[in-house]
Design a protein around this ligand. Structure first.
Ligand SMILES: C[S@@+](CC[C@H](N)C(=O)[O-])C[C@H]1O[C@@H](n2cnc3c(N)ncnc32)[C@H](O)[C@@H]1O
Length: 314
């Protein structure tokens, strides 16, 4: 049965040497003079905002073993360590070039580094981890595209399938993911398997954040920002590779099957917007008079396009 599996591993292992072109929300907020900070109630870093938010749900100050998968430049972990120097992080990344950047950013702290594809990481490495963070990486994991919906037919034995199709069928059956209404569909295979891996290992707290295909804008903001919602992961063409948006509800269903409490929302929940007169005037006019305006529009859109899941083992 024809379908494609979108993979980014070779790109990350080989060609990638900078994230420059791929502006993540965390990196957008990194420079102290970032125009993105000016639209927030509290103009501090992504890491500080996230740390304070997570601390409201579980005792983060008592945690020491923290895992970050796909830490990019290492800024988020450095900001966490500035909030809590007792953390003992493990950084797992597939990209040797980005691991080097993480080592540089985190050189003043006691941090362990592993070069590995998270999906192939030995589960023993997850033992004792108290908090796992996967920030803007799920879309890099394998996504199956144009999968024929007939693979989900109850009349078709899963044994008649092999490889990724058999894995997709197992996940749909096991977690009752609900049959798509279209004749072909896309599926975040790697993202779903990574959540299953973390939950199966019993990691007590998990933070996931990524560009969601199911995102929406609250009514009071919908006149300024338009977001297209989709039932199915959408392709994002990037330099040297493609990523796919994430169907967060699938990840949620997997976590709930493992009896995790799930909190879900847009990044705007912890990166709270300050609705100043200047910002509202800018949004009303939609005029991009300078580069910083374009950065701000893009950032505000991302605050709703990106969703998080906080999974807490109960
Ligand atoms: C888009 S960047 C996000 C970086 C950072 N978390 C941020 O928000 O700025 C994705 C990161 O995930 C890493 N990555 C991609 N696929 C991976 C995999 N299969 N296993 C481990 N790391 C991976 C990349 O090398 C990179 O560090």
């Amino acid at each position: 049965m024809p379908f494609t599996l979108n993979l980014t591993a070779d790109y990350h292992r080989g060609k990638l040497n900078t994230l420059g072109w791929e502006m993540t929300v965390s990196n957008a907020l990194y420079p102290q003079d970032s125009p993105c900070r000016s639209v927030l109630k509290d103009p501090s870093s992504y890491g500080r905002h996230l740390y304070d938010y997570l601390a409201g749900f579980f005792p983060l100050s008592e945690i020491s073993r923290i895992l970050e998968v796909g830490g990019g430049y290492g800024y988020l972990m450095r900001e966490f360590l500035e909030c809590n120097p007792h953390l003992r992080p493990l950084m797992v990344d597939i990209s040797p070039a980005l691991l080097e950047k993480q080592k540089e950013a985190l050189k003043d702290f006691d941090v362990m580094f592993r070069e590995a594809d998270f999906l192939e990481l030995d589960d023993a490495q997850l033992e004792g981890i108290e908090l796992a963070m996967l920030n803007e990486i799920l879309g890099d994991f394998p996504t199956a595209v144009d999968v024929p919906a007939e693979i989900l037919d109850p009349s078709l034995s899963p044994d008649a399938l092999d490889g990724p199709l058999q894995r997709i069928r197992r996940l749909y059956d096991f977690y009752s993911l609900g049959r798509p209404r279209t004749s072909t569909f896309s599926f975040n295979l790697g993202a779903v398997e990574s959540v299953e891996k973390l939950c199966r290992a019993g990691v007590p707290a998990i933070f996931l954040g990524e560009h969601s295909c199911e995102a929406s804008v609250p009514e009071h903001f919908a006149r300024y920002i338009f977001i297209e919602t989709s039932d199915s992961p959408q392709r994002i063409a990037l330099k040297g590779h493609d990523e796919y948006t994430i169907k967060m509800s699938h990840l949620q269903q997997v976590a709930e099957a493992f009896h995790y409490r799930v909190l879900r929302g847009p990044f705007a929940d912890f990166l709270e917007i300050r609705y100043s007169d200047a910002l509202l005037a800018l949004l009303e006019s939609r005029k991009i008079a300078e580069e910083s305006h374009e950065i701000i529009f893009h950032f505000l859109e991302d605050l709703f396009l990106y969703e998080y899941l906080i999974l807490i083992k109960v």
